[in-house]
Design a protein around this ligand. Structure first.
Ligand SMILES: [Zn+2]
Length: 235
């Protein structure tokens, strides 16, 4: 099983690894990785894997049968190779900021209106949310983003840690998300934005809300009765 370094230290930009297996020349598993595998609404990471002076660009990272698979742009690596991995950090850091912002906006929206978040997708350029809410207009959403922006100017820590499953399941709001986890996991990874949000989460986040910067509304869409969509982005 690949050790997911990004879950332990989301700020790791570079790490060594050993190639464990290679399929069709371009699909690698590693003993440990800094590359986030697409999932939970967060896009996969990109970057480079190098062996000696040869560079293999990481073009896709996915999770298949529980294993993290890295697709590189050309064949050549073999099982047993020692490699160096480097993230496209600028892209990842932006996703960490967006992901953290998404938690805050969702939490404010949920607390303020009772709306349930029914879907979310982080893009490289924007954050998209779907939620259930009957009364819906742009000024209300602008107000929530304003409140979120006040928090992004504050010194509020974001922590992540493991909790025994039983204990984690007692946290209000954690249960719905936890259903996405494999049922046999004895511990859950909790992401806590102190005083704002606490949920089981396998994504990457910034350590403090101050790092988020500001967000701005892009557009809103009405997707039918009680089904709303909002797009916002990092300013
Ligand atoms: Zn998250």
């Amino acid at each position: 099983m690949t050790k997911a370094l990004f879950l332990i230290d989301s700020y790791l930009k570079e790490a060594s690894a050993k190639v464990v297996s290679v399929k069709d020349g371009k699909y690698l598993t590693l003993d440990q990785t800094i590359f986030y595998a697409k999932g939970g609404g967060q896009p996969h990471d990109t970057g480079k894997i190098t062996k000696n002076n040869e560079i293999y660009n990481v073009v896709y990272v996915g999770k298949f049968s529980g294993e993290i698979s890295h697709e590189v742009d050309h064949a050549g690596l073999q099982a047993g190779d020692n490699v160096n991995c480097v993230l496209d950090w600028e892209r990842r850091y932006k996703l960490m900021r967006s992901h953290t912002a998404a938690h805050v906006v969702a939490a404010l929206l949920h607390k303020g209106t009772g709306a349930l978040i029914t879907g979310n997708q982080l893009g490289e350029d924007h954050i998209r949310f779907d939620f259930s809410l009957e009364k819906f207009d742009r000024p209300i959403l602008e107000t929530y983003l304003m409140k979120a922006n006040e928090l992004f100017g504050s010194d509020i820590p974001v922590k992540w840690y493991e909790l025994p499953r039983e204990e984690a399941m007692k946290i209000p709001g954690v249960v719905i998300m936890a259903e996405a986890f494999p049922p046999d996991l004895p511990t859950l990874r909790i992401v806590e934005i102190v005083g704002i949000d606490k949920e089981a989460d396998g994504g990457t986040h910034v350590r403090n809300l101050k790092e988020v910067g500001k967000v701005e509304l892009v557009k809103t869409e009405n997707k039918g009765k009680n089904n709303r969509r909002i797009y916002f982005k990092l300013a």
